[in-house]
Design a protein around this ligand. Structure first.
Ligand code: CDP
Length: 217
């Protein structure tokens, strides 16, 4: 069977990552969290005491990115979130990361999650999902995630950060966050993890023409 590409996009903390990882495991496809690429570039810039919104600093960090950077343990948290969103607005960064993402998918097919997978990276993807939820629900989930990692923050601050990043991701000139015209939009506001996965699997099986238990790789 041909290699399948599944694009999963959506705003911050909508649950894309968990759903994408689970879908990839279920279908036997490799998985790439593309947000980690932007996070790792942001970290490299911060390591050098440069500004993540400086186009030259961000572009050279993206060109120097190594697979080991994705294993860093400091890629999550408010500082990493903000640095990732800043470098993600730099065209040179997006160009440098595009080849890597396309190469990853071309090798054996893949499930990729991010902001522009269905619109820019793989506009011809076999299946495009856009996972969303209200800002309040996403902020609450992110707050729980941080708390589970021992990071105690003000819930109102988490919601402010989420809304600011939504605004920045949707308003940027290059590859803004938006559903592809042919994406299936799934709102997970009222769904728990299992119900959201059931909804995703249902759409995936219908669109890919596979039985619920099949692997497609
Ligand atoms: O996990 P969360 O949804 O908070 O963020 P993420 O998916 O790890 O992405 C972090 C940041 O990287 C986002 O705010 C975007 O600015 C950027 N990003 C992007 O521009 N394009 C992608 N394909 C993935 C992430």
């Amino acid at each position: 069977m041909a290699h399948r590409i599944i694009a999963i996009d959506g705003p911050a903390a909508a649950g894309k990552g968990t759903l994408a990882r689970r879908l990839a495991a279920h279908l036997g496809l490799p998985y790439l969290d593309t947000g980690l690429l932007y996070r790792a570039v942001g970290r490299r810039v911060l390591d050098r005491d440069e500004s993540p919104s400086d186009p030259d600093a961000a572009t050279s960090a993206a060109r120097a990115l190594l697979p080991a950077d994705l294993e860093r343990t400091d890629l999550r948290g408010p500082e990493a979130d903000a640095a990732a969103a800043a470098v993600a607005s730099v065209p040179g960064v997006r160009a440098a990361l595009l080849q890597f993402q396309r190469g990853f998918g071309a090798a054996r097919g893949a499930v990729l999650d991010g902001r522009d997978i269905g619109t820019v990276v793989f506009p011809g993807a076999d299946l495009k999902l856009f996972i969303t939820a209200t800002p309040e629900a996403r902020a609450h989930r992110r707050w729980l995630e941080l708390r589970d990692r021992g990071v105690i923050v003000d819930p109102a601050e988490v919601e402010r950060d989420i809304r600011a990043r939504d605004q920045q991701d949707a308003a940027r000139a290059i590859a803004p966050l938006r559903p592809a015209d042919d994406a299936v939009v799934i709102d997970t506001t009222a769904l728990d993890r299992d119900a959201a996965f059931a909804a995703v699997l249902d759409v995936a099986c219908q669109r890919l023409g596979v039985a619920n238990s099949d692997q497609v790789s």
